[in-house]
Design a protein around this ligand. Sequence first.
Ligand SMILES: N[C@@H](CCC(=O)N[C@@H](CS)C(=O)NCC(=O)O)C(=O)O
Length: 193
Amino acid sequence: MKLYYTPRSHFSRKVRILLDAWSVPALLLDVGNVAERSSEVFGSNPLMRVPTWVDGATWIIDSDHIARYLTPRYDPEDAFGVLTDDVSLLNLRAVMNGVMASEVELILARRTGIDTDAYPRFDKIRSAITQGLDWLEANAVLFPERPSYAGFHLTCLWDHLVLYDLVALDHPRLRAIAARMSCLPFVAMSAPT
Ligand SMILES: N[C@@H](CCC(=O)N[C@@H](CS)C(=O)NCC(=O)O)C(=O)O
């Protein structure tokens, strides 16, 4: 089983935390620079993104879809709530994914030579990050107390924001949730550096 990823990819880390939680042996293939333009590098992902999961003849992309694929195999009881259809948790997931995608847009624009302070489009992307974070902070009570996929997801987002220092982080409830999740060894072991 193979996971195409990068060590700093927050989307990939969502999957890595589950693999580490369940001690699933997988070959991690670092694709290097995600700004590259070759789908082969990304495990044949036509969108040229990580993560990509390959399990024999099974090929699956998108972090949440990979998580959904893995859960019945390695955690049939779904202790982390990966398979939830709770509307509140789905909204948390959508906002976190949106903030993470906005971060990627900013980082890759800069990496490929765009001055992200020069265009209104990037102002909107920055606003989506800050408004998304503010919304998550205001709704922090929706995150389960116990270890959960939502909590792991937030930790991936939070640690990535800290690493890249894209926006001011004045969100004590989110910080506390990420700190609590990071006490779990299987969460801490994939923290980006
Ligand atoms: N919806 C996808 C997003 C994946 C994604 O955007 N990954 C980033 C790295 S964290 C990437 O590979 N970006 C390359 C690009 O956008 O060109 C998922 O959940 O897996």
